[in-house]
Design a protein around this ligand. Structure first.
Ligand SMILES: Nc1ncnc2c1ncn2[C@@H]1O[C@H](COP(=O)(O)OP(=O)(O)OP(=O)(O)O)[C@@H](O)[C@H]1O
Ligand SMILES: [Mg+2]
Length: 325
């Protein structure tokens, strides 16, 4: 039995057992990666300055950025905005590599291998035929019980790992709006994003979406900080926005870096819109009780999976055993 299976078994039988995906081993980080990230002067990100929008430039809209596809559940009517070009920002792939994140340049590391295992069943489900009224499988929420267990680390690495495939494009959404950290982890300064769209109906997703130098990866940042952030995440406006994302990007994998489940109820509301959910469990830290509570919050959600993160143990005989229900 792999350590992932053991971990899943320890969770107990009082909740529907989730499907363990795989383990992510603890990553060694180069010393230089400890430098402060995201500061306006210290940022290691190569940016493309442009008057009026430091670090960003206007770009042609990508073919996949426009409205496309039909969903069985129509989104409530929103005023149709004039199409505006997206913006491009440059990820510093060398810095990401030093920080222990997945990049195409990083070669075949343990981390790349771990995420290769994790992404396979998620991709398969993302575009599998779905039952009527089921949530779109390409909407994938990354959550955990409590802060610090590796949600952002998993979200970014999963997004990069999938984006490295020729056939798939990825939208990474920073939905942890109370404690956003996707851009900071990437060494980028904060940008307008999700919060701004929710608060300003004249703002379109394409106004705040960041395209990146990884052609197949776009980012929707959390946006301007707001005291009502968590409340907004559970709002009707957010429900409409998630539907809109599903409608516009039926051919993309959309990864939501989300808040922890046990601190607020908003993560639970967000989960109800997702086609797949990944619960990050921190090795030797997340308690059995916390995982059980998190899974209770997800009752009724389909395709709940566990990722066992920061694992030091390596069972070589069944290193990548995983099962998918
Ligand atoms: N597999 C791993 N190996 C090494 N370091 C890791 C791993 N997973 C996460 N970390 C580190 O653990 C810390 C917490 O990770 P992360 O920010 O992803 O957690 P989080 O769940 O998103 O936290 P929060 O709830 O505060 O948003 C970070 O410093 C991250 O780099
Ligand atoms: Mg986080």
């Amino acid at each position: 039995m792999s350590i992932i299976e053991k971990a899943a078994n320890r969770i107990g039988k009082s909740v529907a057992p989730p499907a363990p995906l795989a383990q992510v081993r603890t990553q060694a980080v180069e010393p230089s990666a400890h430098e402060p990230a995201g500061g306006s002067q210290d940022t290691a990100v190569a940016e493309r300055p442009q008057a009026g929008a430091p670090g960003l430039r206007q770009a042609e809209q990508a073919p996949g950025d426009g409205p496309a596809g039909d969903l069985s559940t129509p989104a409530p009517a929103r005023p149709e905005p004039a199409r505006r070009p997206g913006r491009v920002i440059e990820l510093d792939l060398a810095r990401m590599n030093e920080s222990g994140l997945v990049t195409a340049a990083g070669g075949r590391t343990n981390l790349v291998e771990d995420f290769r295992i994790i992404k396979r069943p998620l991709i398969k489900r993302a575009f599998a035929p779905r039952k009527p009224n089921a949530n779109p499988g390409n909407l994938i929420m990354i959550t955990s019980s409590l802060p610090g267990e590796g949600k952002t680390f998993t979200s970014i690495n999963l997004a990069m790992s999938i984006a490295m495939e020729l056939d798939h494009t990825v939208l990474l959404v920073d939905a942890d709006v109370a404690r956003p950290s996707v851009l900071r982890t990437l060494g980028l300064p904060a940008q307008r994003g999700l919060m701004d769209i929710l608060l300003d109906e004249h703002l379109d997703m394409s106004d705040v979406m960041l395209r990146t130098n990884v052609n197949t990866l776009s980012i929707l940042p959390a946006g301007t900080s707001n005291p009502r952030a968590t409340e907004l995440l559970a709002s009707q406006a957010m429900t409409s926005l998630v539907r809109e994302i599903a409608e516009r990007y039926p051919d993309r994998i959309v990864i939501f870096d989300s808040p922890p489940l046990l601190l607020t109820s908003e993560a639970h509301v967000l989960a109800s819109h997702m086609g797949q959910i990944v619960v990050v469990v921190e090795s030797e830290k997340t308690t059995q009780h916390a995982v059980k509570e998190a899974l209770h919050q997800l009752e009724g959600c389909s395709n709940v999976n566990l990722v066992y993160n920061k694992s030091r143990e390596l069972n070589t005989s069944s290193k990548y055993d995983y099962h998918y229900g």
